[in-house]
Design a binder for this molecule. Structure first.
Ligand SMILES: Cc1ncc(C[n+]2csc(CCOP(=O)(O)OP(=O)(O)O)c2C)c(N)n1
Length: 393
């Protein structure tokens, strides 16, 4: 009961929902009630498969490349409550960077220690539905969320702008995911697909999966195809990068694949992830890290009985997307979209820059300078600056 009293007094409670394949409607109701009762906000991404009151999507606004340390400090919770599997968003890193400044209560049915934020103070060895029910049922007075913390977060989250993306894998994902009908299954494979899908608003009641738990690009395509066979009456969508696709392409030959299958293949000629995360350094990185290639899936997809569509710019994409999202195809479909990984990564950075509140731009510039210094080396940067007569202060 001490914990209930503590939660009643807490001003800033952040519930972090990890990846869960199936969250019962009862649990979602309990989470809404929890939100009504305590001064809380709930961080939810699509892989959490939760739709309840008090939730916000941290994917853009809490990304390490978007939020400043100063702003995150202003929004820092007193208590983090977490449950479930993988937490994909940068919120995990931001909490880790601020470890020790908050309590972390972990809901973990088997009682195993899991300390992603290095701030673990309590483990609740129970299921999440029991936890939320227990806390709501055992409040003494009628406690009510004053919503100050929630509103602070929401007003920040709402600064993220609707952005006019250039031709890129972001454009392709946006215009597909926002059309997926309710009741569908969506599988994301893995980093860029998850990150970018979470930028946009999906229709309600879409089950979202990813085998990000293993962090492997192998196995995504076969996992999805297995799911689609087990759910043959459910429209089933996969968003997959080229390296991940070519890893598992053998599975495309399975004889059981139904016409409920739609695969959006983002062929940006390699691993965009390494441009996005700053690992790309020079031409050798394309050989050894991003695995740049010029392979296409067309021949194999057709060979395996798929209806094949492709696009290389906005016009060809806009012409094909209607057919791809249609439900009357006799065959499974594969839509291969050709973009360039370096400009795909840049499109995301430009979106962050355009959306970031103004006072944070200088902070981002500072981080950029730091990154250049750390990557190129301080001495070289100073030398170039001297030659050009630029002061770095
Ligand atoms: C089995 C395995 N090998 C290597 C990696 C490292 N890795 C992480 S992301 C990535 C690139 C994925 O490229 P792609 O599937 O084309 O998606 P993109 O990043 O371009 O969206 C790689 C190779 C991994 N996660 N798993």
């Amino acid at each position: 009961m001490k914990k209930v009293r503590k939660l009643e007094k807490a001003k800033r409670i952040l519930v972090v929902c990890g990846q869960e394949n199936c969250v019962s409607p009862e649990q979602q109701d309990q989470m809404s009630e929890f939100f009504h009762a305590f001064n809380s906000a709930l961080a939810v991404d699509y892989m959490s498969n939760v739709e309840c009151e008090g939730m916000f999507n941290p994917s853009v606004c809490m990304d390490t490349r978007f939020i400043s340390d100063k702003k995150f400090n202003e929004l820092l919770p007193d208590i983090v409550i977490s449950y479930g599997g993988m937490i994909f968003s940068g919120l995990k890193t931001m909490l880790l960077r601020n470890h020790g400044k908050f309590e972390h209560w972990l809901i973990q049915p088997d009682g195993m220690v899991c300390d992603p934020f290095k701030s673990l103070t309590t483990i609740f060895a129970c299921k999440p539905d029991y936890f939320f029910d227990f806390f709501v049922e055992n409040t003494i007075e009628e406690t009510v969320n004053d919503r100050k913390y929630y509103q602070e977060i929401m007003s920040y989250a709402q600064t993220v702008k609707d952005y006019d993306f250039p031709w890129s894998n972001v454009y392709a994902i946006k215009n597909m995911v926002t059309r997926i009908p309710s009741g569908s299954l969506l599988h994301l494979s893995i980093n860029s697909s998850i990150r970018i899908t979470n930028f946009f608003t999906l229709n309600p009641d879409i089950s979202v999966y990813a085998n990000i738990g293993t962090h492997g690009i192998d196995g995504c395509l076969p996992s999805f195809l297995g799911q689609s066979v087990a759910n043959v009456d459910t429209p089933s969508y996969l968003i997959i990068g080229d390296l991940s696709f070519f890893y598992g392409m053998n599975a495309l030959r399975s004889r059981h694949i139904g016409n409920n299958v739609r695969i959006l293949l983002l062929n940006n000629r390699g691993g965009e992830e390494f441009y996005y995360n700053g690992m790309w350094r020079n031409a050798a990185s394309d050989l050894h890290t991003t695995a740049r290639h010029s392979t296409k899936a067309e021949g194999w997809a057709k060979e395996c009985g798929f209806t094949y569509l492709s696009a290389c710019d906005k016009k060809s994409y806009d012409e094909a997307i209607g057919q791809f999202m249609g439900s009357d195809s006799k065959n499974p479909m594969l839509f291969e979209v050709f973009t360039e990984m370096s400009t795909d990564a840049q499109a995301i950075y430009d979106f962050y820059d355009a959306s970031r509140p103004r006072d944070l731009v200088s902070e981002a510039k500072r981080k950029g300078k730091e990154l250049v210094k750390n990557t190129v080396g301080k001495e070289k940067v100073l030398k170039v600056a001297q030659t050009l007569g630029i002061s770095l202060k």
